[in-house]
Design a protein around this ligand. Structure first.
Ligand SMILES: [Zn+2]
Length: 444
């Protein structure tokens, strides 16, 4: 059982979604159409599909249908921190948020730095409706000193590597890791942070001084981004930067792309929406790493989303127990939840104010990350397993952690009114329906 009861069920044998507006993020098109899903597989997408007896019908008039969201940055907390989240609650949160595929970070206990731990997770998650791509760490124990057996891990099915939570201090280790990742064709997802001068809890600024809180300078992020851009150029290999937070980071990546380097990056919803001003409340729901920065940084990441300098939007969903987040701003752990507010944060902070088009935003959470990861990106093909989301961009709702599927309620949008609600998610042969919004009728 989940917080909302039976969250999902087997998708009906013949499900007809009628009269919706289809956003095809792979082709960049938008059109009115019906979609027929048979046995959990896309059968037809066509202007008008006739209702037949035995079909179950969703009337999607005034609603949008698109690919299931792909979140490149999620902490599922299992194994090790299951009081905060586990595979099941994380899956439920993902489905409620429209996320049908995700990359799970390796900073669990034990750390995913060997094939035994990796295979154990794979066995536990393979039958869940959400596709969980478990990452392995780049270095053993994420300690930055010895590389994991990346070749064996890759063979076992690891799709990418990351020491997320910690920056890799040694340029030599990073160089070796990038070299192997190039050979394997598997991305390294970089948490860019130089810890030798980043021992703070919020953005380093006049405000951090005023509040008497130790600051994290933007340069602790950019020195590692600059280094790894140079390493990628030196080795002629791709590199991906996680959760970039500062204007300078966007500038560096924009320049690297202009040089023709295979550099990509992601931004989180909190970094395109909120500034360090939120920290004035001293609520640990505004404590994350990298920290919330200044208005000009938020503006720069939005510019980066528009001009393609920033490739994807990823949540960095980082659930923490209530008790740990109540330890006070200095002691509370970094991180906020994000799976269930991915769509609404984008619509509320980007689409509604006219800072990014709806199609542009949807692409950043669907086709673009799949293309980047080299995973099937054309999800409206006949015969493909359905990964679909039906959403209402106008539906307003109050963000309330106590009503979410995640075990944790540390959202930085708590109590805000958001626009945009996922009403239905279809993935892995299961259908999540945000009752009572979207009735499914049986045709007789
Ligand atoms: Zn990180």
């Amino acid at each position: 059982m989940t917080r909302s009861g039976d969250l999902y069920r087997k998708v009906p044998v013949k499900l007809l979604i009628k009269n919706g507006t289809v956003i095809d993020p792979y082709r960049g098109t938008e059109y009115k159409s019906d979609i027929l899903v048979v046995n959990g597989v896309i059968d037809r997408i066509s202007g008008s599909i006739e209702k037949c007896p035995g079909y179950e019908l969703i009337d999607a008039s005034n609603l949008y249908i698109t690919h299931g969201f792909f979140d490149m940055h999620v902490h599922l907390r299992e194994p090790g921190y299951t009081d905060a989240e586990d595979f099941l609650s994380g899956t439920n949160a993902a489905m409620a948020g429209g996320v049908t595929s995700l990359l799970a970070m390796a900073n669990t206990i034990p750390c995913v730095d060997n094939t035994i731990t990796f295979s154990g997770i794979k066995a536990k998650t393979k039958d869940l409706p959400v596709k969980i791509h478990q990452l392995a760490s780049v270095t053993i124990g994420r300690e930055g000193s010895a590389l994991t057996d990346m070749r064996s891990l890759s063979k076992a099915g690891v799709v990418a590597f990351s020491d997320d939570g910690t920056g890799i201090a040694s340029s030599e280790i990073m160089k070796q890791a990038l070299k192997i990742s190039k050979e394997l064709g598997k991305l390294i997802s970089v948490h860019a942070e130089d810890h030798s001068f980043a021992a703070g809890v919020m953005n380093e600024s006049a405000l951090s001084e005023e509040l008497g809180l130790p600051g994290i300078p933007y340069a602790s992020e950019t020195v590692n981004i600059a280094r790894d851009i140079e390493l990628a150029a030196y080795l002629d290999c791709p590199v991906h930067f996680q959760h970039i937070s500062s204007k300078r980071s966007v500038d560096l990546i924009r320049q690297a792309k202009k040089r023709g380097l295979r550099v990509s990056c992601e931004v989180t919803p909190h970094h395109f929406s909120l500034t360090e001003d939120r920290v004035k409340s001293l609520s640990a729901n505004y404590k994350m790493n990298p920290p919330l920065r200044r208005t000009e940084d938020v503006e720069a990441v939005i510019e980066g989303l528009n001009d393609g300098s920033i490739d994807v939007i990823a949540t960095d969903h980082a659930p923490h127990s209530k008790a740990s987040k109540e330890l006070g701003f200095l002691k509370a752990p970094f991180g906020v939840t994000g799976l269930e507010t991915l769509l609404s944060a984008g619509i509320t902070y980007l689409v509604k104010p006219g800072k990014l088009s709806l199609n542009g935003f949807i692409r950043k959470i669907t086709a673009d990350p799949r293309v980047l990861m080299g995973i099937e990106s054309d999800l409206f093909k006949h015969g493909i397993k359905a990964e679909l989301v039906i959403f209402d961009p106008e539906k307003s709702w109050e963000v309330d952690g106590s009503k979410m599927e995640s075990k944790s309620s540390n959202s930085c949008f708590e109590k805000e009114t958001h626009f945009g609600k996922v009403l239905c998610t279809i993935t892995g042969g299961s259908i999540y329906n945000s009752k009572p919004f979207l009735p499914v009728k049986t045709i007789r």
